[in-house]
Design a protein around this ligand. Structure first.
Ligand code: NAD
Ligand code: UGA
Length: 483
């Protein structure tokens, strides 16, 4: 087989939950998949033409502009250096499907909102639509790569659709090549991945296709870091990896509650346990709860898959990772209310950080949304500051169905501030939700002077210098630590 020369990526990374009316204003919700992954392939493989396609013209326009649609360290350099050379963006999906030898299907797979499996199962409608399009317009054989995160055996459905709808003499090989990058570190994750995973059918042509995709990655990734498996192992490994990572966070968060009740310090416990090389130190930072678009979605997806496979004990086991995350957020809110003398009505709560983690403007499933919803339900006034999240994004998140759903009420209850100082002015409590570095170096003497007394700090990220804050006069509460 000839080496891959022309790649088409379907899906330029955009979050489905923003409606069309709002899309005009917002670019911050674009996600990282189709865009950064394929941009890095173009950056590392000058002999391959890469075209990233999307049916959403505004998304494509943004990718072609000077201000890229997402904030991700290092992304500008990658895109600007290859755009117009071997990296292109287009809305002409059909044309680029036809021209490509290899197609990444990188469309959204959100949690289903209605029907069977609502609230748990992945909605595969976008994957199916993209697959049908490939079958309908292809005039030559192709390698089709499942890049979206999907339930195990989705590739089988894709194959059935492709085979039933293709033209004569057109063959498709299907690969699974899940993405493991994390937001905020996407470019370094893509330059230096722990591993690349490629699953294929164990047929001669499946293995040949697997080798061709491996050759693309081998332009910059050592061969020993490119793992090849069967299709189903690859699909399941993606759900499993996210479930295992999230499980570590839920485990340390469960222990944080025990720490608070006993006087143990969760950072010390995590350090002591993480020094055991069998356990390892990563993903053991206690927090107000994990956010982001994928952990919750993929765990629920795994729970649903296990239920469908008639494995209720397995489903229950993984469900607990999600349940613990909800518990941690609620526990944090309850602690704030009880500490503020059991009422926050009309009190001003300053929320520092709205993104689901630092170094990203992404707010999907951010713990901040759950927390602020609870504060509003208690009739508090909420002042929010985040260095990267735009005001309109915050209003959109807080007016999603199931959050507050009433723009006027949200506008009345919250204030979006241009700095942490502005948010803290006259506040009763400072609540750290996102671990932005700048929160470490604020002038806390000034903040203390400006706040109501007693001035409370609730550190949901275990990042502030609590003894120093106590010396200033703050009453400090830190997750997993009992002062
Ligand atoms: P997204 O919603 O941000 O973007 C998907 C894009 O696909 C949208 O712009 C949409 O317009 C486009 N699209 C949908 N159907 C199309 C079609 N038929 N033709 C052309 N374009 C079409 O989704 P995303 O966040 O980029 O995620 C994509 C997948 O990657 C998901 O399965 C997700 O779970 C997975 N994933 C994401 C990350 C990450 O961003 N951190 C990491 C690993 C895996
Ligand atoms: C995660 C995985 O890390 C990626 O490997 C995966 O590709 C991606 O999901 C995906 O499938 O989309 P991401 O969600 O971007 O990446 O970010 P993480 O760094 O994993 O953080 C997720 C959440 O967990 C954040 O809210 C973060 O603050 C929280 N977290 C993380 C903790 O509370 N404690 C930790 O020790 C680590």
């Amino acid at each position: 087989m000839a080496p891959v020369k022309n790649i088409c990526c379907i899906g330029a990374g955009y979050v489905g939950k923003v409606n069309n009316k709002k899309k005009k204003k917002l670019h911050t919700k674009l996600k990282k998949k189709g865009g950064p992954t394929c941009a890095v392939i173009a950056y590392k493989c000058h002999d391959i033409k890469v075209t990233i396609c999307d049916i959403n013209a505004q998304r494509i326009e943004a990718w072609m502009s000077d201000k890229l649609p997402i904030y991700e360290p290092g992304l500008d350099e990658v895109v600007f250096s290859r755009r117009g050379k071997n990296l292109f963006f287009s809305t002409d999906v059909d044309k680029h499907i036809q021209e490509a030898d290899l197609i990444f299907v990188s469309v959204n797979t959100p949690t289903k909102k209605n029907g069977l499996g609502a609230g748990m199962a992945a909605d595969l409608a976008y994957v199916e639509a993209a697959t049908r399009r490939i079958a309908q317009v292809s005039t030559s054989s192709k390698i089709v790569v499942e890049k979206s995160t999907v339930p195990c055996r989705t590739a089988e459905s894709m194959r059935a659709i492709l085979e039933a709808n293709c033209s004569a003499n057109v063959n498709f090989d299907i690969l699974s090549n899940p993405e493991f990058l994390a937001e905020g570190t996407a470019i370094s994750d893509l330059f230096n991945p722990d591993r690349v995973l490629i699953g294929s059918l164990q047929t001669e042509s499946g293995k040949a296709a697997q080798q061709m995709l491996a050759d693309v990655y081998a332009h910059w990734i050592p061969r020993e870091n490119i793992i090849t498996t069967n299709l189903w192992s690859s699909e399941l490994s993606k759900l499993a990896a996210n479930a295992l990572l999230a499980q570590r966070i839920s485990s340390i968060n469960a222990l944080s509650a025990v720490c608070e009740a006993t006087g143990a310090d969760v950072d010390e416990v995590a350090y002591a346990c993480g020094r055991d090389t069998r356990i390892g130190s990563k993903f053991l930072k206690a927090s107000v709860g994990f956010g982001g678009s994928c952990f919750q979605k993929d765990i629920l997806n795994l729970v649903y898959l296990s239920t469908q496979l008639n494995l209720p004990e397995v489903a229950e086991y993984w469900k607990q990772v999600y349940t613990m995350n909800e518990y941690q957020k609620n526990r944090f809110v309850r602690n704030i209310i009880s500490t503020l003398f059991n009422t926050i009505t009309n009190k001003k709560i300053a929320v520092l950080g709205f993104a689901f983690k630092k170094d990203t403007g992404d707010t999907r499933e951010s713990a901040a949304i759950t927390l602020i919803k609870s504060f509003m339900e208690e009739n508090a006034r909420v002042a929010i500051y985040d260095p990267k999240v735009e005001a309109e994004q915050i209003y959109m998140d807080l007016t999603e169905p199931g959050v507050v759903d009433n723009r006027k009420q949200v506008e009345k209850s919250i204030e979006i501030c241009g700095s942490a100082y502005e948010a803290a002015k006259d506040a009763d409590a400072l609540v750290v939700v996102t671990e932005w570095d700048e929160f470490r170096t604020l002038d806390y003497n000034q903040i203390y002077k400006d706040m109501h007394k007693p001035a409370f700090v609730f550190d949901g990220r275990l990042m502030l210098d609590a003894p120093k804050l106590r010396d200033i006069g703050f009453k400090v509460h830190v997750i997993g630590k009992n002062p």
